[in-house]
Design a protein around this ligand. Structure first.
Ligand SMILES: N[C@@H](CCC(=O)N[C@@H](CSS)C(=O)NCC(=O)O)C(=O)O
Length: 279
């Protein structure tokens, strides 16, 4: 069975021994407090669903790791080609059953990064659905059938995802963004993995993590998208499902900080308006 290399980290906090020495002194951050002082009237009134005559879209949740898996398909294409973003092994049967019910043809199982908190369902899917190709970034140094890098496009029917490199949580993190064009979903949708979470971001204390890189990635590759772009993260721990670029630019308590304040605070568990627990 095909598995990515770094995958079987036990859940926190017992995984610390599996990580590099730098992790053991790291703080665990939990959220509290008000994220922003900016008035809500600054924000446009954007929809939180995407419109496309072609796209079939489902957001699926795995509760033990609080992970979102996303199903996208071109429902107007005769073969209804589909892909899964960040499938989890525990929920593969559920996801494949849904795909069968909807009459879709799964062609790709793709990952935004090598997940430290759960096992990707990609390998299991490949044993259950012959012909499915796994995809991950070249920079992740993981195993897969196909490797992508910034600027690549992943086509499914008439639709496609664009690849944007967003390292920082891990070296190989990428964000997949729905295409820009007449037949593509509007607003665009960004599957940000752990680079950008709703009102948060991925931790940077894992091997290959870099707070400086994460800050630059989010600013240059995600916040540069149209403001109405929908943000779909790989995890949510607070019950959120979707956000927009504009909402996160205004209210994300971490990414609204300037760069100088960001780096040292992220690395040292400093005050982002969060309660910080040192381990
Ligand atoms: N903060 C989470 C704990 C789980 C966790 O650390 N999740 C990772 C993504 S999976 S590797 C993460 O980056 N979380 C963001 C963070 O700020 O910790 C929780 O609240 O349960």
């Amino acid at each position: 069975m095909l598995r990515f290399r770094l995958l079987r980290f036990p859940l926190y906090p017992s995984n610390l021994s599996a990580l590099s020495p730098k992790h053991t002194s790291l703080c665990v951050i939990s959220l509290s407090g008000t994220p922003s002082t900016k008035p809500r009237s600054q924000m446009g009134s954007y929809t939180t669903s995407s419109r496309s005559p072609k796209l079939l879209f489902r957001q699926l949740f795995e509760k033990e790791s609080s992970t979102y898996t996303y199903l996208l398909a071109d429902a107007s294409h005769p073969e209804k080609p589909a892909l899964l973003v960040d499938p989890v092994d525990r929920t593969v049967d559920r996801d494949l059953s849904l795909i069968k019910d909807l009459g879709l043809k799964l062609i790709y199982a793709i990952n935004t990064h090598v997940h430290a908190d759960h096992v990707t369902g990609t390998g299991l899917i490949k044993t259950k659905v012959p012909g499915v190709k796994s995809i991950i970034s070249k920079a992740s140094d993981a195993k897969a059938d196909l490797f992508v890098e910034s600027g690549d496009k992943i086509h499914f029917g008439d639709l496609f995802l664009e690849v944007r490199a967003t390292p920082g949580h891990t070296l190989g993190c990428v964000t997949y963004v729905t295409g820009d064009g007449p037949d593509q979903p509007q607003p665009r949708m960004a599957f940000t993995g752990d680079a950008l979470l709703i009102r948060g971001c991925g931790r940077t204390d894992f091997q290959g993590g870099s707070s400086e890189q994460l800050y630059k990635s989010v600013r240059s590759q995600i916040f540069s998208l149209p403001k109405e772009t929908l943000i779909y993260p790989a995890h949510d721990y607070k019950g959120f499902t979707v956000s927009t670029v504009e909402e996160e630019m205004l209210y994300n308590p971490r990414l609204t900080k300037d760069e100088i304040n960001w780096g040292s605070r992220m690395n040292n568990g400093g005050n982002f308006g969060f309660t910080v627990r040192s381990s």
